[in-house]
Design a protein around this ligand. Structure first.
Ligand code: KIV
Ligand code: ZN
Length: 509
């Protein structure tokens, strides 16, 4: 059997740091379950010291996955971070503390205002403290790619002597070129005593679009763990993309000769779930998971693929789980068939959530002739993952047309109370948003508005994604309906609810 490359997924930590990608605890747990089904070896669930919300989310993820991946939490090389991290991850069956400190001259001088010797001491102290809690300790030398090679060797050697079991080499600012980054790993492998006892890891950012290439080169140089994210989300231009990396290793196994534990058929579903939760969609030409990744437009290509897919396809859509858009269910389908199809799509719901989703499915069947897998995923993702707390839409009425003032009346329900307001505006959506603001007293500033049809046909579900600024916080809301005004209203409410729920700890998560 081929040697295995460990996949360390940091979608819930580095990925979540990218603009517009923040997730609440419930969303993180849902995604974590899917990452476990995908087969990641290590899942970095968050940065517990960053906030109470982060801490709760890491603890919830750590407590909800049985028999699954290692659950890591991030901690700066400080006692207080490490202690807090352990509190959050200790409920996991296999917890890991991931501690880091910057080692490049530029970071030490300007960010840490420290010295190389102090950073070396902090490294040893952090790893030693983490070791008091668990055997599984990862150490990262932040900005390693821009760190002096000799000094990097000293830091890594000290971390190993203190007990680190994984040594991570980040290209924090995505500056490296593949051959340089590979040489850096090779240099460590040949010079650092004890390095053969630990797993060497690479963590590459994508500022020059080289995150995946640098990670692959690190593997060639001896790295056996790669840190990456679904859809490549992450700080600035993002992190190395998990799906691209895994499919490169699989498709070019003839060259690399390694396996991963990833169930590649789960890739597309995981990518879609993340898009659904965050509202951040991948571009159509995104490798592996983009809408056009397996679309053949030119006649000559289509002809070739019909003869044999090998002509223009280096991997099959099935191998990454791209579903054939098929009619699955209709108005006569029962609850059992609905549940079974969701399970086939990898969605497991509690009885309560299943009943709610089935109710929405029946409503959808009344409005839409054909229901596809994508409709089901959208319906379940939007309704159940994000919007079951806070305000709910009880009634919506609007008038609009040429030469009349658009108006909307909205009734919302919060727990047992209902409240109704009317508003007018530039159009029915603007009018409805003003009515909602009057009810919630949480005025949101609409920054972005996107609408798309989930499947084909005039009766298709319209999916609306909004980005709203609420008191300086950027939140994303998403909803779908065959009525696009209703979808717009529910998407806005979904965004506002994320803030309302956070502000009211009694109701929170
Ligand atoms: O990019 C980076 O250096 C990081 C570390 C904290 C691992 O994310
Ligand atoms: Zn990073």
């Amino acid at each position: 059997m081929a040697e295995r490359i460990l996949i360390f997924d940091t979608t819930l930590r580095d990925g979540e740091q990218s603009p517009g990608c923040s997730m609440n605890t419930r969303e993180k747990v849902e995604l974590a379950k899917q990452l476990a089904r995908l087969g990641v070896d290590v899942m970095e669930a968050g940065f517990p010291i960053a906030s109470q919300d982060d801490f709760e989310a890491v603890r919830a993820v750590a407590g909800s996955l049985k028999g699954g991946p290692i659950i890591a939490g991030l901690a700066r090389a400080k006692d207080v971070d490490i202690d807090r991290c352990w509190e959050a991850v200790k409920v996991a069956e296999r917890p890991r503390i991931h501690t880091f400190i910057a080692t490049s001259e530029i970071h030490i001088k300007y960010k840490l205002k420290s010295t190389q010797e102090e950073v070396l001491e902090a490294t040893v102290a952090a790893v030693t403290r983490a070791k008091r809690y668990t055997d599984d300790v990862e150490f990262s030398a932040e900005d390693a790619h821009r760190t002096d090679q000799d000094y990097l060797c000293r830091v890594v050697e000290a971390a190993i002597k203190a007990g680190a079991t994984t040594i991570n080499i980040p290209d924090t600012v995505g500056y490296g070129l593949p051959w340089e980054f590979g040489d850096r790993i090779r240099n460590l492998m040949s010079r650092v005593p004890g390095i053969e006892r630990v797993v060497v890891s690479a963590h590459c950012h994508n500022d020059l679009g080289l995150g995946v290439a640098n990670s692959l080169e690190a593997i060639r140089a001896g790295a056996r763990q790669i840190e990456c994210t679904i859809n490549g989300i992450g700080e600035r231009a993002g992190n190395a993309s998990l799906e691209e990396l895994v499919m490169a290793l699989r498709t070019r196994k003839d060259f690399f000769g390694f396996d991963t534990g990833i169930r590649t058929e789960e890739i597309y579903r995981t990518s879609r779930l993340l898009q659904s939760i965050t509202g951040v969609n991948v571009q159509p030409n995104k490798a592996v998971v983009g809408a056009n990744a397996f679309a053949h437009e030119a006649g000559i290509h289509q002809h070739g693929v019909l003869q044999t897919p090998l002509t223009y396809e280096i991997m099959t859509p099935e191998s990454v789980g791209v579903p054939k858009s098929q009619l699955v269910l209709g108005k006569h389908s029962g609850r059992h068939a609905f549940k079974k199809r969701l399970e086939e799509l990898g969605v497991e719901l509690s009885e309560d959530d299943l009943n709610k989703a089935f109710g929405r499915f029946k409503d959808l069947c009344d409005r839409k002739k054909e229901v596809f897998d994508d409709d089901l995923l959208a319906l379940v993702g939007d309704e159940l993952l994000t919007s079951n707390q806070g305000y709910r839409l009880a009634h919506l009425q609007f008038t609009s047309g040429t030469n009349i003032v658009p108006t909307a009346t909205v009734r919302l329900q919060l727990h047992d109370a209902t409240c109704q307001e009317s508003g007018w505006g530039d159009g029915p959506v603007d009018a409805a948003y003003k009515a909602i603001d009057a009810i919630t007293k949480v005025p949101g500033k609409l920054l972005e508005y996107q609408i798309r049809a989930i499947t084909a046909g005039k009766d298709a579900l319209g999916e609306v994604t909004v980005t709203v600024d609420v008191d300086g916080r950027r939140v994303i809301g998403r909803a779908n309906s065959t009525d696009v005004i209703e979808a717009s209203v529910r998407a806005y409410l979904n965004a506002i609810n994320k803030v309302v729920v956070r502000q009211a700890p009694a109701n929170a998560k």
